[in-house]
Design a protein around this ligand. Sequence first.
Ligand SMILES: *Cc1c(COP(=O)(O)O)cnc(C)c1O
Length: 411
Amino acid sequence: MATSAPPRTSYPVPRTQTPDERGRFGAFGGAFVPEILHPVLEDLKRAWAEAQADDAFWAEYHRLLRDYVGRPTPLTRLDRLTERLGGATIYAKREDLCHTGAHKINNAVGQVLLARRMGKERIIAETGAGQHGVATATACALFGVECVVYMGTEDIERQNLNVQRMRLLGATVRPAESGSRTLKDATNEAFRDWVSNPDSTYYIIGSAIGPHPYPGLVRELHRVIGDETRRQLLEQTGSETPDAVVACVGGGSNAIGIWAPFVGDEDVRLIGVEAAGEGLGGRHAATLSRGEPAVFHGTRTYLLQDADGQVEIAHSVSAGLDYPGVGPEHAYLKDTGRVEVRTATDAEAMDGVRLLSETEGIIPALETAHAVAALPALAAEMGGAATIVLNCSGRGDKDMATISAWLDGTG
Ligand SMILES: *Cc1c(COP(=O)(O)O)cnc(C)c1O
């Protein structure tokens, strides 16, 4: 388990996380897109500002989260894991129990509502693990909207069950054959489609990434995770705040969703766990730990690059963390020292799957398993009086083939 370098600038960060007018979080963020998309993003900004100010929008969103997604999700005290690790008391926020099996549906439902307000007839999305594709196809089926999902051919192979799900839900899955044939390439294809169909089409970005206003928009649609956690902690422990909140970081949406209501609480440690793949010396997806600032997919953020400044192919056993970029707000929170970044390798994530499955009867997604992998060291370090919340971002059913092959191979 590696720990990131000490923060470059000192704490505190401003309590508010709202980006400025141009969508900047400090030196990160913004909107770097082809000119044809400028008016489209302006429309989106306006529609989102109006929706945010409209109680009816939030009422409809929360009604769907309750009656369709299954919120609030439980906050589960993990007694056997706590006992096994012999340190801090650990709780899990159970996003694995959301309809479709992960947190991503919160965002998909919210953005489909927004697209409908804007009168858009057609929805496009990109997907890596297939979870965002499934969430988007699900929300589109719910409203009877046309849905096209771009997915790298490598991921189509790794995540075939999700491909079949999307098709059953009525979505068209378009393979992205370029580059590493994973999430970054699917994102390129989705941008290309959007540029060609800017008026008819709404692009649902699946994480807290991309050009302004997406990172802030996606954060606000996932903030419900952290808001519920605060209420549930108060009920269960008598305090609204834990000592640490741990989440895996791919693009960063489950992490920023659970962290958002805690960023202003200076005594709450926010810990993000990235995929170290084969190890930081080999192929990995540890963007905050090893990337450099660059413009990527419409935003200025950390990016994995080779010596020539070319985008490096990310690697993780988990398709949902296999992305060479990261949300611009995470870049900012890392640089200001507010968020601590750790990493877990593929092998450590597999240990995490086993640990949570055996002690708690919860088979986590491989993405989530990276956050689980950080718990043994953290629980010991923080000690018995501390409380840690794990964001259990998704369930592992989709990964069973990968998990079984790994466990068979290694024993
Ligand atoms: C997609 C996914 C992630 C990674 O995406 P973030 O935007 O970083 O949250 C994590 N966990 C699960 C279960 C996922 O499906």
